[in-house]
Design a protein. Structure first.
Length: 241
């Protein structure tokens, strides 16, 4: 099976389970008594509550943060519901490959959101997050939830017609938090290039939905979709930890 077909299946199963069957589970999912809260939501809760949180919530949040530190943006490429919808749309509409320079907008937005949560005493991004909106709209979210879902999801997807994964590359504060947390450790899932095998054909850059160039590769913004790994004609791209 092609890796990209496998990835789409994993995304579909993840979406079906965490959005349709267990509504809201992408934001928080309880295992036993421990709530596993996505990293930006967890940091917002900490900031808005002035560090007054329960032991189980703290444990769940720390476990998720450790997962993020060592898997980096693997979540974005294989599990994120917005990413799944974007990749699904891309099967029918081939958006232009991104060529814009890397920005720090999403990292700045993440810090701003956490700071605003501390000042306001409420998780600010949770009211605007398209991931949360999808969970509320498809689950039992009331009469207005589907409208909210349609609006926020459309706003996140609209720039996709300009270039691939525009929202993921520029505005998603969850991705921003993951990028910041991934700096904590040098260890983690990553793509590496065998320079002896590489013939500099640049096919990897052409098929990368995040517009990354492997000759100047860094772990930031790599969603580990493995498109480059699958398409490399010389097998020069490796997956390492």
């Amino acid at each position: 099976m092609k890796l990209q077909n496998l990835r789409l299946i994993v995304q579909f199963l993840s979406f079906t389970f965490f959005v349709v069957l267990v509504s809201g589970a992408f934001c928080t999912f309880t295992v036993g008594t421990i709530p596993l809260v996505e990293p930006l939501g967890f940091l917002q809760v900490i900031a808005s509550s002035k560090l007054r949180i329960g032991i189980t919530l703290a444990l769940g949040g720390v476990l998720v943060i450790l997962f993020v530190i060592f898997t980096r943006r693997f979540f974005c490429g294989w599990f994120c519901p917005i990413g799944f919808i974007i990749d699904l749309v891309d099967r029918f509409y081939k958006a232009p490959n991104p060529h814009s320079k890397k920005t720090k907008c999403k990292e700045v937005l993440a810090i701003t959101v956490i700071s605003a949560s501390a000042v306001s005493g409420t998780p600010v991004w949770c009211t605007l997050c398209p991931v949360g909106a999808i969970c509320r709209g498809i689950g039992l979210g009331g009469i207005f939830a589907p409208i909210e879902t349609a609006l926020l999801t459309t706003l996140a997807l609209a720039p996709e017609f300009k270039s691939k994964r525009w929202f993921c590359r520029n505005l998603c504060p969850i991705a921003g938090v993951i990028n910041i947390l991934s700096k904590i450790s040098q260890r983690g899932l990553r793509i590496t290039v065998d320079r002896d095998a590489c013939v500099n054909c640049k096919l990897c850059s052409k098929v990368c939905p995040m517009g990354l160039e492997l000759e100047n590769y860094s772990t930031d913004d790599c969603i580990l979709c493995l498109n480059c790994y699958e398409k490399c004609p010389k097998g020069a791209i490796k997956i390492n930890f």
